[in-house]
Design a protein around this ligand. Structure first.
Ligand SMILES: CCCCCCCC(=O)SCCNC(=O)CCNC(=O)[C@H](O)C(C)(C)COP(=O)(O)OP(=O)(O)OC[C@H]1O[C@@H](n2cnc3c(N)ncnc32)[C@H](O)[C@@H]1OP(=O)(O)O
Length: 214
């Protein structure tokens, strides 16, 4: 597992983000358009060729493997390939994680056609993905890295496509284990709840925190 440090400051990171984000948004829009298009079937081969040409152009220079989790000199993370929050990943809704008081992490996300499971409803795996990620962010609010050890997701009822709100926080610690809970709500209130044990890996376990994050 490699965490890459890039020799850039946060101003340069923001500049790079502002260049790539419109591309990702355009691809996200393309995904939605492919799902919902009703153009004549005869047009599809031409469109397919155009998309392939764009892909070839991007592939003319690319890295060997995944993007990784990169950091600026100041330690700001750039998980830009991440499927929940990655600013280079059109698969990500994307979720923009916000910090509240006492280690609270929250996000407002709009889930459209690309995230449908049952008709008009959010796919359960997408709810689990977003909750796993947000609970991970809440677990990381104390500054120590940790991985999802076990997560339990309870679907209280269906979640409607459209705007959803997520919240998570760490409730307690037990040695290297962080017990984290969270909710996902649609316009009608909470629809999914999750609780998880995040575990600080051995290599980061010198002084595990014993108090709730501030
Ligand atoms: C900011 C970014 C947010 C990102 C959010 C996304 C989160 C993710 O997707 S993380 C990726 C998915 N998760 C993984 O890949 C984790 C894979 N598993 C591992 O790496 C390891 O098994 C790991 C780190 C969880 C635990 O391994 P290890 O450090 O050897 O555990 P170990 O020392 O044996 O156990 C420590 C304690 O944790 C407990 N524990 C170990 N594994 C688990 C588990 N899977 N679930 C619950 N508890 C566990 C043990 O029982 C033990 O408890 P106690 O101290 O009471 O005896």
């Amino acid at each position: 597992m490699t965490f890459v440090f890039e020799d850039i400051d946060d101003v340069e990171m923001e500049r790079r983000r502002s260049v790539v984000e419109p591309l990702t948004d355009a691809v996200r829009d393309l995904v939605d358009a492919v799902i919902r298009t009703e153009v004549a079937e005869g047009e599809i081969p031409d469109v397919t060729a155009a998309v392939r040409a764009v892909t070839e152009r991007l592939r003319s220079r690319q890295s060997d493997g995944p993007y990784g989790v990169r950091y600026t000199r100041a330690g700001t993370g750039m998980p830009w390939g991440n499927p929940a929050v990655g600013v280079r990943n059109a698969v990500a809704p994307p979720m923009r994680v916000q910090a509240g008081d006492d280690g609270l992490r929250w996000a407002d996300v709009r889930l459209g056609a690309a995230y449908e499971g049952p008709p008009g409803l959010v796919h359960g795996g997408i709810c689990a993905l977003l909750l796993d990620h947000l609970l991970g962010e809440a677990a990381g609010a104390d500054g120590t890295p940790s991985f999802t050890g076990t997560i339990s997701v309870r679907y209280l009822r269906e979640t409607r496509l459209g705007p959803v709100h997520l919240e998570a926080r760490t409730d307690r610690y037990d040695g290297p284990k962080k017990f984290v809970t969270g909710t996902l709500s649609d316009a009608d209130g909470p629809s999914v709840v999750a609780d998880a044990v995040f575990v600080i890996p051995r290599w980061a376990r010198a002084t595990p925190p014993q108090e709730a994050p501030q």
